[in-house]
Structures are given as C-alpha cells and as structure tokens.
Design a binder for this molecule. Sequence first.
Ligand SMILES: N[C@@H](CCC(=O)N[C@@H](CS)C(=O)NCC(=O)O)C(=O)O
Length: 219
Amino acid sequence: MENCTVTGFDWVPPFARGIVRDLRVRWALEEAGVQYAVEWIGLSARKSEDYRRKQPFGMVPALAAGDSRLFESGAIVQLIAERSEALMPAESAGRAETIVWIYAALNTVEPPLDSLLALDLVHGDEEWAPLRRPGLVEEVQDRLAVVAARLEGREFLLDRFTAADILMATVLRLVRHTDLCSTYPPVDAYLRRCEGREPFQRALEGQLADYARNEPAAA
Ligand SMILES: N[C@@H](CCC(=O)N[C@@H](CS)C(=O)NCC(=O)O)C(=O)O
C-alpha cells in the first residue's frame, strides 16, 4: 500500500480518546510496516458535503491509499491484511479463519459493547438507561464468555496474531470503562497482550498526541 493517509478526528472528548476507530487502521498499518500520514476532520465539519466524498456517513476513519478511497474500519483493516502476511496467513484455511473472526468481532461482539458504551457514557442520564442496562450487560457477558472460551489456551484468536485481533481488541476496549473484560481472565490477559504490542502503542500514542495538539486552550 502506497501513499496512505488516514483520516481521524482532530479532537474528541476524553472519554473517546483511545477508542476512536481510526486507531484500528493506524494499528494495522503499524503492524504491516506501512508508512502513513494522518489528516484530521473537525467534529463539526464531518457531515459536510466535502468530507462525505471521503466517508459518505460523515464518520471516521477513512483511508486514501494511492487512487483508492476507502471507508469502514473493518474493510480497511481487512484490505491492509490481505496485502501483509504480518496480519493474515497466506494459506486459505488461515485466511478464512481470520476473516471469520474479523466478522465475529465486528458483527457479533461489537454491537452490544458499543451500545453499552453509548448507554453509560452518552445516555447515562436518560430515564430509560437504568432499565436497559442489565439486559445489555447480559448480552455483553454472553459475547465475552464465548471470546473467553475461544482464547482458553491460546494467545490470540488464531494460532498467531492476525488482523482479527486488531478488531477484537479494539472492540473489547469499548467497555474499558467497566470491569467486564477483567472478569474473564483469558479475555483480560488477551487484551493486555494485544495492547502491549509496540505497533499498538505507536498507534495509540499517535492518536492521543493528535488530540493533545488540538486541545482547546483553557478559558
Ligand atoms: N462502522 C464504522 C463506524 C465508524 C464510527 O462509528 N465512527 C465514529 C468514531 S469511532 C464516528 O465517526 N462518529 C461520529 C458520528 O457518528 O457522527 C467503521 O467501523 O468505520
């Protein structure tokens, strides 16, 4: 992949730092050893016609790679992985297993975890929030129990690190404001293992540094 530019937000409030989805793309590029630039869109400009040409839903991330204009973090990470054996085995069984776990992370595990994040950190004061929360926590626990069973005796989702781990670990981080992951020791150890990787640390530092640079001056 050549001439890669990732688009992220120029600033987000503290609760969102380290979980905004351009982190997934930065991490994948770091693991694959691909050089990239970052450009930023302001929260208020994200729905502009101009930005929607890069990301039709007015969200981040987007990736420009040569002549390609890509969006959807999962698709972007998968496409990076398809060009890098560091992220996806070349043989077909390993490739298939990686893709299965990419979709499991995004389609099955992410929805309830993302809803819990929104409920706790965005809608916490709504009247319905305490009524909805127990059922949502049960759904999250149901998904985490399956991930824990998969990780029993394994370091990663497959027998090596793959793009699926980038997506699963960044999905698990969505509930970092709770102790839910830490109640499943294989999940807790897995998350620490993934977050301990140098490429993850570089990606995270890059994202946090960008927000720090754009921090509004204190009144
Ligand atoms: N399915 C999309 C979701 C992207 C997404 O939710 N991005 C958030 C930041 S993590 C966003 O841009 N939110 C702004 C908004 O919803 O308007 C992906 O994975 O790329």
